[in-house]
Every structure is written in structure tokens, then in C-alpha cells.
Write a protein that binds this ligand. Structure first.
Ligand SMILES: Nc1ncnc2c1ncn2[C@@H]1O[C@H](COP(=O)(O)OP(=O)(O)O)[C@@H](O)[C@H]1O
Ligand SMILES: [Mg+2]
Length: 601
């Protein structure tokens, strides 16, 4: 936390200097009013000691009492003006430092880090938690610098100043008045222990609110389709209620703490009046520069101590948020290029799995001892039931995760030794559901290569069978898509995704069942787009359709993370097993059509 505040040390130092000057003016004004009272008392012959001016100053003997009082009043006024100016400068400076610099820069840093983090990090977090980290938790760090570090230094500095000043006036009175301080300390410590867990819990609850909101908006079709609006409203209401209940608990605690501190400081004033008043009547303490100034100091002291409540509260509040920001900033980046990484601007496309096993967490492995090799330019089809590990296998090729055991090689290099950016530039990806940004169609196709020219974009779209429908739109390639590409059909979105992958001209193409959620009419177009896209690249395609499987040079059948069958379409049709079953289900009458005939179709 302190390390994070370090870049802002000069800004903070300036603020502190300003605070020091502000304090000097306060103390100066207080001291001068004390002097004023003593001057009046002396001239009114109530007191028989002349007023003690600071710095050994003596007013010229020619000054009338009125001139002397006017002089002091003038000085106090001057200090008030200076104080006003300083307060203004302080407000401007602190606003600049805290709101402009710290918050903005920290958000940028968290966002930057989020882009680099591996999938494992995102697997472990909900969307709500991640959004909260970039938005509200970052504010906690600001609150820490603003409400804790600066306030704490001011507190310590001013307490020391007031204490020294008080001791100089009268040590006995000082000690008598501050006898309650240890009790204060104990209360503060107990309070912090009480509220910290409560603030942590609040943050989790707020994450839930954001997550509920995000899911509700993303799943608006499901919500409306199933007529669940009322339940959704109730669900959101209950998450809000949970936050409110939690806040109330904290509020109760804070509400008890503040008056307790206030009571203790009032006790101090009572002690002063009794003990200090007696000293004044005994003429052992001046009324103005002694008792009045002391009372003023004690009030200031009490204000600062009361500030302790706010600071303790802020520490707990901001630490629990800041901790979550640091969890992001300090999270290890699992997938990154090793030092001296192998550069690979253009891969050949030879892929090898050597005894690869993989698990997302400590539970059952998702891939077990997977080995195979693929020559450049070949097409591999992966078949298997839902949850068999097909998508996982593809994500290992793109190095979204590292294998738990064994290794994945591209052109003979272990993926872990390659430059990650180079690796990803060699890979074109199309998922089951494609994410499109709310930007123009051209920009979406060129996402992986923003420098692409319009003719390159159009060529990619042509290969992906997307050119025709894009040209049909009134604004063509400049049509801006709605959020998540909502104003396109599933088939159109997938074709844009294929164009996006082709534009990179990747050596490897990973197609994770792009036709899965497409209606049979458009499916044919997707399949055609896929087959054209595969030309000249090593392709891994998760597919269930025989039409795709037939094109493959190699078919891998996965079952619970293991390769149970591997071979060409023809070979596998000969063997009993998953593949032949799947083929039969798709209406191929093996008795009537021979495999070789099938391959010709
Ligand atoms: N990010 C993840 N974290 C934890 N488990 C996962 C994750 N993704 C997939 N799994 C699990 O791994 C198994 C294989 O998933 P996946 O590779 O997506 O299967 P397929 O694509 O063949 O349907 C499933 O049991 C699934 O629940
Ligand atoms: Mg899958």
C-alpha cells in the first residue's frame, strides 16, 4: 500500500507542508487571542502581570492600550486571511492529486493488469467482483491516501504540536487533562477489530449486487422468455437488502464509537476547568495566555482525536477494498513469455501433444495422457460428448492454460518456450458463441489486425461467406453492431468470427464447433465458410457433423479426457465404437453405403 502511494510522495509532501502552515496560523491566532485577553486584563488592573508576548516582543511604551489591542486584532485578522488562502490552495492541490492522479492512474493499472492475467484468474472470479475492483475498490485506495495516510500524518503532527504547546503552558494541567488518553486508545483498537470483518463482508455483498445486475442484463432474453421478471426483481432486491443490513450493522458500531470518544474529550474540558480554574485563582496560571489558550488547544486536540474515529473507520474500509485491488495487481501472470523466448513470426503448423494431462483445479483431470501429432496443413476433427474435454484441448493449443503434465509442441518447440504474442498471432480462433464488439463490422473483422486494408477485410469476408450479407446492409462494412452483435443472426455472427480468424492468415485454425448453435438452413453456409477457411492451415475442428468429419485427415474421439479412438473417417467407420455409433445416429445406413462411397459424397 505504501509502495503504491510512493509515486505520489511529492504531492503528499506539498499537502503536508500546507497543513503545517495551516496549523501554524491556527496556533498563532489562538496564542494572540490569549495575549489580547491578558493585555485587557492588565490595563483594566484586574491582573498585575503584563501580558507575555511571544518571541520576547515588547510593545513600544508609547502605544495606548487601545492601539495595543487593535494591533493584536489586526494580526489575528491577517492570520485569518492567510488561513483562508491556504485552505483554498489545499483544497485545489488535494483534489488534483487524489481525484485526478491517483484514481485515474490506478484504474488504468488495474485494467492493464487484467488484460495480462491468465484465464485461471478469470475462472476464479465473478464478473461482478472484477468490475468492482476496477470501479469502487480503486476508490478505496484513494480513500486510503486521502483519508488515512494524509490524515494520520496531520493527526500525529498536530497532536505533537498541541502537546508541546500545552506542556509549555503547564505540565501539570496537561497531564491531568490527558489522563483519559489510554482509555481512548483501547476503545479505538477494539473498534477496529470489530468493524474490519464487517467491511470485508460488505464488499462481497456489493459484488453480488453487480453480478446479479450483469447477469440479468446479459440474460435478458432468458428472463423475459421465462417470464421471470418478478423473481429477478425480488432477487435483486434481496441482494440490495443484504448490503443494507450489513451497512446498518457497521453503522451501529460507528454510532456507538463516536459518542464514546466525544464523552471522553468532554471529560478533559471538565478537568481543565476545575484544575486550571483553581490555578488561575491562585495566580499560578495566566487567564488569557494560560487557561483560555489551553482550553482552545484542548478543543483542537479533541477535534483531532475525534478524527481518530474517522481515520480508524477509513483504514478498515479502505484496507478491505485496497486488498482486493492488490490481489489483482500482485496476481502472478501464469501465462507469459519466458526470458529469451523463441520468436516465431510465421509457424509451419506442426502440432504435437506428448502425454498431456490437464486439470482446471485439484479435482478430476479434464485431459488424461493425450498424445498425437499433426503435420502442417492437415485437418483434425475432434469428436466427443459434452464435457469430454474438446474445448479444453483447443485452449491448450492456444496456451490459454499450461498442461499439468506432458507438453504441447508447435513446430517442435514447447509452447512454454515460445513468445506468447507470436503464438497467438499464429492462431485463428472461432468459438461456439462469438463475441463481437459494439463497433463497425470492418473493425470487428480487423480486430486481430487493425492495420488491415479494406480490400483485405473484404477478401477475408468473402472466404468466410460473409461478404454477401454484409454488402446487403445499408452501410455495408461500416454498419455498427449493437452490443454483443445483437442485431445479427447467429449464423452471420459466426461468419464474421470466421472472417476475423482468417484475416490473421494464421498457420493454425481452431474451430470450436462454430455451427453448434446455428439453425440447419444457415449451417450449410457456416460449414462452407469453415472448409474454405481451412485451406492451407493446420485446423482443429470440434464437430459432430459427418460432412465435416469426412473432410478431416484425422479424427480424434475423446471420452472423459482420454483419446479412445483415432484414425481417418474410413478407418473409424470400420471399427465398433463411439464413432460408428455417432455416424449411425446421423442416418448413415452402413449396410447400404460403403465407407469409400461415403467419402466420395
Ligand atoms: N474454466 C473451467 N474451470 C473449471 N472446469 C472447467 C472449465 N472449463 C471446463 N471445465 C470442465 O472441464 C470439463 C471439460 O470441459 P470442455 O473442455 O469444455 O468440454 P467440451 O468442450 O468437450 O464440452 C468439463 O467437465 C467442464 O465442466
Ligand atoms: Mg466445448
Amino acid at each position: 500500500m505504501l509502495a503504491l502511494s510512493w509515486p505520489y510522495r511529492w504531492g503528499c509532501a506539498r499537502l503536508l507542508a500546507l497543513q503545517g502552515a495551516l496549523m501554524a496560523t491556527t496556533l498563532g491566532a489562538l496564542g494572540l487571542s490569549g495575549v489580547g485577553i491578558d493585555v485587557v486584563l492588565f490595563h483594566a488592573h484586574v491582573a498585575n502581570r503584563p501580558a507575555a508576548y511571544p518571541f520576547g516582543f515588547r510593545p513600544p511604551a508609547s502605544w495606548s492600550p487601545l492601539a495595543e489591542v487593535a494591533f493584536i486584532a489586526g494580526l489575528i485578522l491577517l492570520l485569518a486571511v492567510v488561513r483562508g488562502l491556504l485552505n483554498y490552495v489545499y483544497a485545489v492541490e488535494s483534489g488534483k492529486l487524489i481525484h485526478e492522479q491517483i484514481v485515474v492512474e490506478l484504474r488504468a493499472r488495474v485494467y492493464d493488469k487484467l488484460q495480462r492475467l491468465s484465464f485461471r484468474f478469470f475462472d476464479a472470479q465473478t464478473t461482478g467482483a472484477i468490475i468492482n475492483r476496477v470501479t469502487s475498490d480503486v476508490q478505496s485506495v484513494r480513500a486510503f491516501v486521502d483519508g488515512v495516510i494524509i490524515q494520520l500524518v496531520i493527526l500525529v503532527l498536530s497532536l505533537v504540536c498541541y502537546l508541546v504547546y500545552m506542556l509549555r503552558i503547564d505540565a501539570g494541567v496537561t497531564f491531568a487533562c490527558l489522563a483519559t488518553t489510554p482509555v481512548l486508545w483501547i476503545i479505538t483498537v477494539v473498534f477496529s477489530r470489530l468493524v474490519r470483518p464487517a467491511y470485508d463482508r460488505t464488499r462481497e455483498l456489493v459484488d453480488r449486487v453487480v453480478l446479479t445486475l450483469a447477469e440479468n442484463i446479459q440474460g435478458v432474453h432468458v428472463v423475459k422468455g421465462f417470464g421471470r421478471e418478478d423473481q429477478e426483481i425480488a432477487k435483486f432486491g434481496s441482494t440490495l437488502q443484504a448490503v443494507e443490513d450489513q451497512q446498518q450493522q457497521i453503522f451501529w458500531k460507528v454510532s456507538l464509537f463516536t459518542p464514546a470518544i466525544g464523552l471522553l474529550t468532554q471529560l478533559n474540558v471538565v478537568i481543565l476547568l476545575a484544575y486550571g480554574g483553581w490555578l488561575v485563582t491562585e495566580e499560578r496560571l495566566a487567564l488569557g495566555t494560560g487557561l483560555v489558550v489551553f482550553a482552545g488547544l484542548l478543543t483542537q486536540f479533541a477535534t483531532q482525536v475525534a478524527n481518530l474515529t474517522n481515520i480508524t473507520n477509513s483504514i478498515q474500509q479502505s484496507l478491505s477494498g485496497a486488498q482486493r485491488v492488490f490481489a489483482v495487481l500482485d496476481a502472478p501472470i501464469e501465462i507469459q513469455s519466458p526470458p529469451g523466448a523463441v520468436r516465431m513470426p510465421k509457424a509451419e503448423g506442426m502440432v504435437r501433444f506428448e502425454h498431456v494431462s490437464f486439470a482446471y483445479d485439484s479435482t478430476a483431470p479434464v485431459l488424461r495422457d493425450v498424445s498425437f501429432a499433426v503435420e502442417p496443413g492437415r485437418c483434425v476433427a475432434i469428436l466427443g460428448a459434452t464435457g469430454a474435454g474438446k474445448s479444453t484441448l483447443l485452449s491448450l493449443i492456444a496456451r490459454f492454460y499450461d498442461p499439468t503434465a506432458g507438453r504441447v509442441l508447435l513446430d517442435g518447440h514447447d509452447l512454454r518456450s515460445l513468445n506468447v504474442d507470436d503464438l497467438r498471432h499464429n492462431i485463428g480462433l472461432v468459438f461456439q458463441e462469438s463475441f463481437l464488439f459494439s463497433n463497425s463490422i470492418a473493425a470487428n473483422i480487423a480486430y486481430g489486425q487493425p492495420t488491415a486494408t479494406r480490400s483485405q477485410i473484404e477478401r477475408a469476408a468473402q472466404i468466410a461467406c460473409a461478404h454477401e450479407f454484409v454488402s446487403g446492409l445499408s452501410e455495408g462494412y461500416d454498419t455498427v453492431l449493437g452490443e454483443w452483435g445483437m442485431n445479427l443472426s447467429g449464423g452471420q455472427r459466426q461468419r464474421l468470427a470466421i472472417a476475423r480468424a482468417i484475416l490473421l492468415d494464421p498457420a493454425l485454425l481452431l474451430l470450436d464447433d462454430p455451427a453448434a448453435s446455428i439453425d440447419p438452413h444457415t449451417e450449410q453456409e457456416i460449414l462452407e465458410a469453415m472448409h474454405r477457411a481451412m485451406q492451407g492451415r493446420t485446423t482443429f475442428v470440434v464437430a459432430h457433423r459427418l460432412s465435416t468429419l469426412r473432410h478431416a485427415d484425422l479424427v480424434i474421439v475423446l471420452e472423459q479426457g482420454r483419446i479412445v479412438q483415432v484414425g481417418t473417417h474410413e478407418e473409424l467407420l470400420e471399427l465398433p465404437g463411439h464413432y460408428r455409433t455417432a455416424a449411425t445416429i446421423q442416418g448413415i445406413d452402413l449396410g447400404l453405403r460403403t465407407p469409400s462411397k461415403l467419402a466420395l459424397q
